[in-house]
Design a protein around this ligand. Sequence first.
Ligand SMILES: C[S@@+](CC[C@H](N)C(=O)[O-])C[C@H]1O[C@@H](n2cnc3c(N)ncnc32)[C@H](O)[C@@H]1O
Length: 215
Amino acid sequence: MHRAVYLDTSSDLEVVSTEHEHGLGHWTDLERLKRLDHPERLALMPHAPILAALDLDQGMHVADIGAGLGYFAFPISIAVRREGRVFAVDPSPAAREELKRRVQSAKVHNIIVQDGTAARVALADRSLDRVLWHALFHELPNLDQSVAEMARVLKHGGLFVVADWLPGASEWGPHQEERWPRSKAEKLVSQSGPFRTKEVFEPGPVTWGIVFERV
Ligand SMILES: C[S@@+](CC[C@H](N)C(=O)[O-])C[C@H]1O[C@@H](n2cnc3c(N)ncnc32)[C@H](O)[C@@H]1O
């Protein structure tokens, strides 16, 4: 099993993780990851509704968990401006390597690519204004632990935006049996951590969306 030790320089919080690569399936394959760049995704999963739900402001600190190749990390980095930070967390070495390459080539200075999982991130308690899980919920093996981890890193009043595949919505995406109905996902989050539903929304034709507030 891969073992990684990494340091969050903003908080001096050291996190030791042992669960990497194990259970990642196809997300260790760069060719598979590059499907996340498919131009049709922009119609199926438009940026604007998710960015509106995040209600971003200049200077905010935001975590994009399961960031992949940065589909949302880049637009979020523009919204929070130079003084803001985007922590792009992903356990896949292939995703992190490619995302780091893209961040460097685009000369973006406020995206920090980090190793980690939703259940364990190298970020300090109550350090974030916003957290995004986009197309991640159905991937997670330990949802209650992952929701509790988001409660740890979010400030009180911070927003946790979750969007995932609608059951039956399209032939693209995860197998039907892996998809969660919105109401079931909402119940799981509110039972696993100090979150209240602020808003439910429709991010696009194939996904549901929920904005939770950290209480
Ligand atoms: C469907 S992709 C979504 C990527 C990005 N959010 C997007 O919408 O383009 C799922 C991503 O979650 C990552 N992932 C898988 N298991 C994870 C976990 N336990 N915690 C955090 N991320 C995970 C994968 O490596 C992959 O990059």
